[in-house]
Design a protein around this ligand. Structure first.
Ligand SMILES: Nc1nc2c(ncn2[C@@H]2O[C@H](COP(=O)(O)OP(=O)(O)OP(=O)(O)O)[C@@H](O)[C@H]2O)c(=O)[nH]1
Ligand SMILES: [Mg+2]
Length: 215
């Protein structure tokens, strides 16, 4: 996880992770906070790597590269993603999938602000058209990856990292599966500017798809 001033949510998220994994998860938080987030993370047994806030992807890339278990999971630290679905994600990787991606869009994502929902639908359509494969949710924060996928690909994007983490494996022929998930309203303030962030994501999708097509 990247964690940036999420003191209202982080306790719940880490307790949920602990509960669904019987305390066996090894949680890495790359943290840029100036509130109590890192203290709460440490109290819950997470490893905290401190980093100046430089955006979502810079933090999440450092977190996934620091994780040293055979399966690497990402989620947001804002209590939006259903940790109860995590065992199913892990089972799918153990059953042969390389990436399992939480699809918020198919079940409706009613809790998502309308602008974000429409933007996310548009990003998925754009990526699908450029890849020639239909995907439903390119910008989800909740995924599980076989660790080799994380290790074998060079990651370049920041705000667009979530899309990149789906697109590059898919276009290289890895077994990438989407799983429908519920999505909850955010606890605490968003760290994403929908306009600047949206433009950056669209740019990343086009760039990454074109790079992968040329490989
Ligand atoms: N360390 C660090 N974490 C970040 C940074 N920007 C975002 N994050 C974290 O990355 C995750 C995703 O950010 P969000 O603000 O939830 O972005 P989002 O999910 O697109 O937007 P919402 O729909 O409002 O939740 C959260 O856990 C943030 O705390 C950053 O610059 N540094
Ligand atoms: Mg979020």
């Amino acid at each position: 996880m990247g964690t940036y001033n999420e003191e209202e949510a982080i306790g719940t998220v880490l307790e949920d992770v602990d509960r669904v994994t019987d305390g066996r998860a090894n949680v890495v938080c790359v943290d840029g906070s100036d509130d109590r987030t890192p203290d709460i993370a440490r109290e819950h047994g997470a490893r905290v790597i401190e980093q100046e806030p430089q955006g979502y992807g810079v933090a999440v890339r450092e977190a996934v590269l620091a994780a040293d278990r055979p399966i690497v999971v990402t989620t947001d630290c804002d209590d939006t993603y259903p940790m109860d679905a995590l065992p199913e994600f892990l089972a799918a990787i153990n059953g042969g999938a390389d990436v399992v991606s939480g699809d918020r869009i198919t079940p409706g994502a009613d809790a998502m602000p309308t602008l974000n929902r429409q933007g996310n639908r548009a990003f998925a359509l754009l990526a699908s058209a450029l890849m020639g494969k239909r995907v439903r949710d390119t910008t989800t924060g909740m995924r599980a990856y076989r660790r080799e996928v994380i290790r074998d690909i060079a990651w370049t994007e920041n705000t667009g990292l979530s899309a990149e983490l789906l697109i590059r494996p898919l276009m290289r022929g890895y077994d990438v599966r989407e799983r429908a998930i519920d999505y909850d309203e955010r606890t605490g303030e968003t760290k994403l500017d929908p306009f600047a962030g949206g433009a950056a994501i669209a740019k990343s999708i086009v760039k990454v798809c074109l790079e992968e097509r040329r490989r």
